[in-house]
Ligand binder design. Structure first.
Ligand SMILES: Cc1cc2nc3c(=O)[nH]c(=O)nc-3n(C[C@H](O)[C@H](O)[C@H](O)COP(=O)(O)OP(=O)(O)OC[C@H]3O[C@@H](n4cnc5c(N)ncnc54)[C@H](O)[C@@H]3O)c2cc1C
Length: 428
């Protein structure tokens, strides 16, 4: 490490962190910045699939964003990520079908990089920041953040100490526990956050042909259920590891790779708990662990045909007859009904039936439902500051802090924090 004192330390190298770093170096070229990430390469959606949505409200936490504010910053995100937009076709047909049954289809400007190409994008961005004089420390974990005289003190890997005038914390969803700990240590007030719980659907491309017209169709159903993160072409369902359980997620390779004719997407229900329940994230952890137990240490998968007949899927018959394609993420064949809370399952199933009316075929007996796909966020700091400042020298942004729910929203959140830093340094 070049120094043990920086103007700004940014925790993370995901899109929220990058948004902050680029904006700071655009506005204050002489500022000293250190970015720290515990991984060798920035993780999350920038690395996996890297679909970018450039229309409000996709990817934005609406309680912190107005359309106007998002649309002010999205061109700055676009300027740095240089997306190549995908065309969309026949939206009116799908929209009409959706509206008739109370479903909204959002028309979103989208770009898709693909997992095989995203490392090049990340390398380009990191090289550009290094060229601007940003110090980057990888495979090192920030284990503690404390307030100190006129700034903050950070502990790296439990031992090394560095100081900063300002810290921008952007540790992502996996960092929600870390954010929570820091908020508790520093006495930062927070409120319980929502949690998104749902399934990932995998089917043949022929059963969900809308993706040929619209890469990641954004359907919003009643009961706060929505489609999220659709992948097609060469698409795979993947495991996302947490400390003591795994969740499912999905990604796809770029169009340069030959396809596997499969599609996957998440169907998520947003849950906002009210008194007397204490915490959405505790509920999410509980559900993750329950699925882990029932799945014998792995997530669960069930074919729609079995689910409809009220019977569990089994390893022996999982690929028989009509169940003709092999799962890309072969987890435990079983019974979702034992693990998914009844109300969540009911609302998700109702949404799937509506989706099958809009895009007939998606409920083919062979379609696989994987569980759990859960999006966890830290309890929300009670932000009163428009720049996500939680104490004099500390900002919290990105998916973990609940200011975003996707790459572009996270990047824009980082810019908003950086604008706060610029202003606080008397140069805004
Ligand atoms: C498999 C997968 C696919 C996805 N696909 C998409 C997609 O296609 N499009 C989309 O818009 N969104 C997608 N997402 C969601 C997207 O990744 C997030 O919305 C976005 O990355 C959030 O950005 P962030 O900067 O808040 O956090 P992250 O991107 O998660 O970055 C946080 C970084 O902080 C680091 N970190 C955490 N704690 C510490 C610590 N204590 N010390 C040092 N470093 C730390 C992590 O290693 C990580 O690199 C996907 C997510 C996953 C998991």
């Amino acid at each position: 490490m070049a120094s043990d004192q920086y103007d700004v330390v940014i925790i993370g190298t995901g899109p929220a962190a990058l948004g902050a770093a680029f904006h700071l170096t655009d506005r204050l070229p002489a500022i000293s910045i250190l970015m720290i990430d515990k991984e060798a390469i920035c993780s999350g959606g920038l690395l996996n699939d890297c679909k970018q949505n450039y229309s409000f409200p996709i990817g934005f936490a609406e309680e912190y964003w107005t359309r106007e504010e998002a649309e002010r910053l999205l061109p700055l995100v676009e300027d740095k990520l240089q997306p190549v937009f995908k065309e969309r076709h026949n939206l009116e047909t799908y929209r009409r079908r959706a509206e008739r049954i109370g479903v909204t289809l959002y028309d979103i400007r989208q770009a898709h990089v693909g997992t095989d190409q995203s490392t090049f994008l990340i390398q380009r961005l990191m090289a550009e920041l290094a060229g601007r004089g940003v110090n980057i420390l990888l495979k090192r974990e920030v284990t503690d953040v404390r307030e100190a005289d006129h700034g903050a003190e950070l502990t790296i890997d439990g031992a090394e100490r560095i100081r900063a005038d300002t810290v921008i914390m952007a540790p992502g969803r996996k960092g929600f526990g870390f954010l929570q700990r820091v908020m508790e240590q520093l006495g930062i007030p927070y409120i319980d956050n929502i949690v998104d719980v749902g399934i990932r659907v995998e089917t043949r491309l022929a059963n969900y042909p809308i993706v040929r017209d619209y890469y990641d169709p954004k359907f919003y159903f009643p009961e706060r259920v929505r489609t999220f993160c659709t992948n097609s072409g060469h698409a795979r369902v993947v495991l996302e590891r947490y400390e003591d359980f795994s969740l499912v997620n999905g990604h796809a390779l770029s169009e340069r790779k030959s396809g596997n004719d499969l599609v996957n997407f998440a169907l998520l229900k947003t849950i906002g708990l009210k008194d007397p329940v204490r915490s959405g994230q505790q509920m999410a952890l509980f559900l993750g662990r329950l699925a882990h137990e029932i799945g014998g240490g792995r997530p669960l998968m069930q074919r729609v045909g079995d689910f409809r007949m009220g019977k569990r899927s089994s390893t022996e018959t999982f690929n028989d007859d009509l169940y003709s394609f092999r799962p890309t993420c072969p987890v435990t064949a079983g019974d979702l009904g034992l693990a998914v809370p009844a109300k969540i399952m009911r609302h998700i199933w109702a949404a799937l039936k509506k989706l099958d009316t809009i895009v007939p075929g998606v409920l083919h007996p062979s379609t696989i439902m994987y569980y759990p796909e859960i999006k966890m966020y830290a309890n929300k700091p009670s932000f009163v500051d428009p720049h996500f400042r939680v104490s004099p020298h500390l900002y919290m942004v990105g998916d973990g802090a609940g200011t975003s729910r996707g790459i572009t929203g996270a990047w824009a959140s980082g810019i908003r924090a950086a604008e706060g830093v610029v202003k606080a340094r008397g140069q805004g």
